[in-house]
Design a protein. Sequence first.
Length: 542
Amino acid sequence: MPLPHLARDAGGSITILAAVAMALAAACAAFAIDLGSVFYESRRLQGIADAAAISAAGNLDTPTSAAQGAIDANRAPRPVTAQVVTGVWRADPALAVADRFSVTAASPNAARVTMREDVPLFFGRMFGLHTVHLSRSATAARIDLASFSLGSRLAALNGGLANQLLSGLTGSAISLSALDYAALASSDVDLFSYAEALRAELSLNGSYDDALTTSTTAARALDALAHALTVSGQSAAAAAVAKLVTGAGSRTVDLAKLIDLGPIGEQDHSAPGQSIMVNGFGLAEALLELGGAHQIQLDLGSSIAGLAAAKATLVIGDRMESSPWIAVTASGDPIVRTSQARLYVDVAIGGSPTLKLLGISAVRLPLYVELAEAQAKLSSLNCSGGNRGATLSVLPSLGHVSIADVTASNLSTMTATAIESPATIVNVAGIKVTGSARTDLAGNGWQTVSFNAADIAAHATRTVDSNGFVGAITGSLLGKLHLTVAGVALPGLGGLVTPLLSAAAPSIDQLLSGLLDVLGLHLGQADVRIDGVRCGQAALVA
């Protein structure tokens, strides 16, 4: 065929294009195989580094041999090299993750393992590339951990008061029996089990933190608590929580403000022997308290012996919280705080025969209690041998108690000081008796409380008293009370009123104590317990 005709002939062009395309496809396939192989080996090498770092951090006396043992156990298919260094890990959020590990031989609490391996290529050799050098590192820290609770005053739980409190928190009628309260007050739940139950309730996969940071409702959060109690064999307590679910409603709660599992929150399962126990009633109440200040009206009628009537207004600020499991730091962080609370109780005391002759059927005594938060912090942790223990520094709840009139609007604003005015004790037929008194709860700073292994195992609760605590608070106030009589001049009226108030003082103290017990609070006191101690276990931190 003449050359001009050959140049114009298009026959066979598809074959040429197909051959070129097949060559490109083969090259891409070869590249994908090599890339997949390198990615797989990278993941495998990272897994070995993670295991080696955890082993080294858990055995800081012999970190290199411990890391090598983990490498051998994972049976690397080709030679690898490992560099093991020890140092100090500081879980300081102000530092970049890369800057939190410092290499040092003095008092290390962490180990970093760097793994290196040459991975062979299958098709890269066609281009003169025989291997790819991989390097992966992992850092693990040994963290001696403890969790503790503050404000678990449940020994004298009053069912009637607690029902009114829970009804106020949920916005609907709650009716738990005495047996319900007894079961719930004596129950303990593991926060890991609770997080797993919450994860199932929300149909989530992932870590504990993923579950705790997911937006949910109070009802679903309580549902998870009921499930966790059922799994642990505490069916009576679970049934009590189930009664709270129907009243909890669709209010959204932020569980991350209540539960912080610290570095363990990144896990998706708990290690054997790893647990954080908290009281079931305390957790249920804390879940309902989430979401800001709550103002609750309690009408106690004449149920308190010695009182003709009693009404209470309760304002709850920040909720009680339990500490995360974290390393002990030089500053003793974290600090755990109870609720702030304001309690205004308006009681009526039946008049004496003499007062009734004057037309005074009852005498009024309004009491205002303002409590700051109690605080506790972990100051030291003993992990030596079998004598594990912990020491807390505790600052009891301080505040003051007054005989005073306070308006409802003043009570509800927790960020502003409530305005207290002289209390009107009698106001009838032109006779007005007013009076005021105040007792401040003073303390001398932080107090130290130690727990040994037996205390921790028994979940023993210790009560810490402020040095300025006044036991018979109403009687103390009445000793400072100055009465002013206005209107019709009746000599000796103050002398008739004061004995009547004094006789009712024990009943009023009982009422105040019962109301604050349900909140897990008390005047000038703080209840603390160690929920658990975990020593010597390592966790990946980077």
